[in-house]
Design a protein around this ligand. Structure first.
Ligand SMILES: Cc1ncc(COP(=O)(O)O)c(C=O)c1O
Length: 376
């Protein structure tokens, strides 16, 4: 195959766009109601449908995932230190910092790229109040081991499931683990509300506190109960969410096919490592991440990333740099290189490939063939 650059840019992601006719119809419905935000009909319906789709006991919608995460931290009264992963989006540790909590970075597992549950215990101090773990690229964390540690030391557990919409472990929705799970509904995610997010939880007592925290602490016209902020999802966001949710079945099927096509072409390429599949895990199919071993592939991840651009292919070094390398976390004791060898290694190897419904089988085959041509 002769490899030639794509005529149009191939981006890492593309938002799922409902038919404009349906969007206009939805907007008219919202306009006619005269209700634009504060828990209207669209919000109520989306909450109900998502609860069912995610197979969770309680859900609360938000204007974005980061606000949701910050409110989850508040709702659980976390303080002091929280053990988390350096291999994540800035929103994860920054939400702790905004709550005056010190993130303590724990190294990650070489297979799943999630927090390494075996390395959590040694980071626990009298100040530790919780574990904030991320289901990176939709692969579930070791939820059993993490819960055991949390029970032993009386810690809370929050999961950042921004990548894990629709992921299941043994048929159980990913939003059922730990004390609270956060989802992001940003436009780059599989399911989206343009911007948006949600918290899911099993403890019904959290429902009122979370509702108050995301609505200025207002209980009623006479009573403001606590210092809440504004985390509300509006009616247009919720309306778009309802339309996108209807597209989910087809979108997942297409993404599964793209995923399998990548796997077929890349699984035996020396120097390229893929995430493992497990029969008891239903994936989110949100990302397709590869790892490039410079020694075996002959070319570094950074070089591959640059070379792809020459072919009009835009991949992403997700997550690079590691959170522990940010200026505002450099001083932390936990980010010493010796504590995070796996995260450091994976941070140099990781590359997220284009993954969205607009890609054809031929596109994926071309991308894989171009990658192969870089090998030395
Ligand atoms: C792992 C992770 N956590 C949190 C967020 C933040 O979510 P949002 O953009 O909805 O605020 C994102 C991405 O956007 C993410 O990838």
């Amino acid at each position: 195959m002769t490899n030639i650059p794509f005529k149009n840019p191939i981006y890492i992601t593309k938002p799922l766009l409902p038919d404009l006719k349906n969007v206009n119809k939805k907007l008219k419905e919202i306009w006619d109601s005269g209700w634009l935000t504060n828990f209207g009909a669209q919000h109520i319906l989306l909450e109900k449908k998502l609860k069912k789709y995610l197979n969770v006991q309680h859900i609360s919608l938000f204007n974005n995932g980061t606000n949701a995460l910050m409110i989850a931290i508040k709702a659980l009264n976390l303080t002091g230190e929280v053990i988390t992963t350096p291999f994540t989006f800035p929103a994860t540790p920054n939400s702790l910092t905004w709550n005056n909590i010190t993130p303590v970075f724990c190294d990650i597992d070489d297979k799943t790229m999630n927090i390494d549950a075996d390395k959590i215990e040694k980071l626990i101090t009298p100040k530790t109040s919780a574990i904030l773990a991320v289901h990176v690229f939709g692969t579930p964390c070791d939820v059993e081991k993490i819960q055991k540690i949390a029970n032993k030391y009386k810690l809370k557990v929050i999961y950042d499931a921004a990548h894990a919409f629709g992921t299941e472990i043994n048929g159980k929705g990913i939003g059922n683990f730990g004390d609270i799970t956060m989802f992001s509904f940003h436009a780059t995610k599989l399911f989206h509300t343009i911007e948006g997010g949600a918290l899911t939880f099993n403890n019904k007592n959290l429902k009122e506190k979370i509702s108050l925290l995301k609505n200025f602490g207002i209980k009623n016209e006479e009573t403001i109960l606590l210092p809440g902020i504004n985390g509300k999802m509006n009616e247009v966001q919720a309306g778009i969410g309802l339309l996108v949710l209807d597209m989910m079945k087809k979108a997942k099927k297409t993404r599964k096919f793209i995923h399998e096509t990548y796997e077929k072409h890349l699984k035996n390429m020396n120097g390229i490592r893929l995430l493992e599949n497990k029969t008891n895990i239903e994936k989110s199919y949100q990302y397709f991440a590869i790892r490039i071993n410079k020694k075996e592939f002959g070319v570094s991840r950074n070089k591959v990333y640059q070379q792809f651009k020459e072919y009009n292919i835009f991949t992403r070094k997700y997550f690079h740099p590691l959170c522990s390398e940010y200026q505002h976390y450099k001083h932390l004791q936990s980010n010493k290189n010796t504590n995070l060898p796996i995260a450091q290694k994976i941070g140099k190897e990781i590359l997220c490939m284009p993954m969205h419904e607009g890609l054809s089988k031929k596109d994926i085959e071309n991308i894989c063939s171009i990658l192969k041509s870089f090998k030395k």
